[in-house]
Ligand binder design. Structure first.
Ligand code: PGA
Length: 239
């Protein structure tokens, strides 16, 4: 399992359903990894093996994994298959999975547990919708997502949490810096067990705001969607 303590910050590119062979070739030629930080590229699964790990701080991450370990589940990829292909990280419970694929906290829990068994670090995504935020439900929602979604086997060395307010994803909107820091502090204090967890922020991170977000004392890195598709922009973020 990757030693997370080695890195000052963790940056994850979430390409979602984007990319093709020529995009990948150009991207990987131009990508400039800073060895002090852990950089993880979550490409679509079929391209995971194209990443040339020419820097020991550069890793592959899957965007999802099956809840099942094996069997008659057409279209699925298991945690052991990811391990067999040297995949070290996997996003779990991204809000798009929850919204479009009806993923529940129970699914997130099972997937994360299966990944940990295979020495793959789950990046467990949590976050509130705008409606929930406006109704002052953020704390309650995050607490349920954490309590139900994070398996008992998870600890600060084998799992990561990503706080991604749903209303900030792909919208250009972000919480204020104070809000981000406060929510991250809250997450780390839901239970003593989470005190040392690394918590990443995601939602409209770009080169113009990544430094100030990542510099917050309770933020341990960023999960980047749209801006990670532009390699020059991503290079600035991870530099
Ligand atoms: P965004 O996406 O950076 O485009 O807001 C983040 C994510 O969905 O992980």
């Amino acid at each position: 399992m990757v030693n997370l303590d080695k890195y000052s910050s963790i940056f994850i590119a979430n390409w979602k359903l984007n990319g093709n062979s020529s995009f990948l070739k150009d991207y990987y030629e131009k990508l400039k990894v800073n060895s002090n930080n852990c950089t993880i590229i979550c490409s679509p699964s079929i391209y995971l093996k194209s990443l040339k790990r020419n820097n020991e701080s550069l890793f592959c991450g899957a965007q999802d994994v099956s809840s099942y370990k094996e069997g008659a589940y057409t279209g699925e990829l298991s945690a052991s298959m990811l391990r067999d292909n040297n995949i070290d990280f996997c996003l779990v419970g991204h809000s798009e999975r929850r919204q479009y694929f009806a993923e529940t906290n129970d699914n997130v829990n099972i997937k994360s547990s299966n990944l940990i068994e295979e020495n793959i670090i789950p990046v467990i995504c949590i976050g509130e919708t705008l409606e929930q935020k406006e109704n002052n439900l953020t704390e309650q929602i995050l607490s349920t997502q954490i309590k139900d979604g994070i398996p008992s086997s998870a600890n600060h060395q084998n799992a990561l949490i990503a706080y991604e307010p749903v209303w900030a994803i792909g919208t250009g909107l972000t919480p204020t810096l104070d809000e981000i820091n406060q929510v991250h502090e809250l997450i780390k204090h839901f239970d003593t067990k989470f005190r040392n967890f690394k918590v990443l922020y995601g939602g409209s991170v770009k080169s113009s705001n990544s430094k100030e977000i990542n510099d917050l004392n309770h933020v341990d890195g960023c999960l980047i969607g749209g801006a990670s598709l532009k390699v020059d922009e991503f290079n600035i973020i991870i530099s």
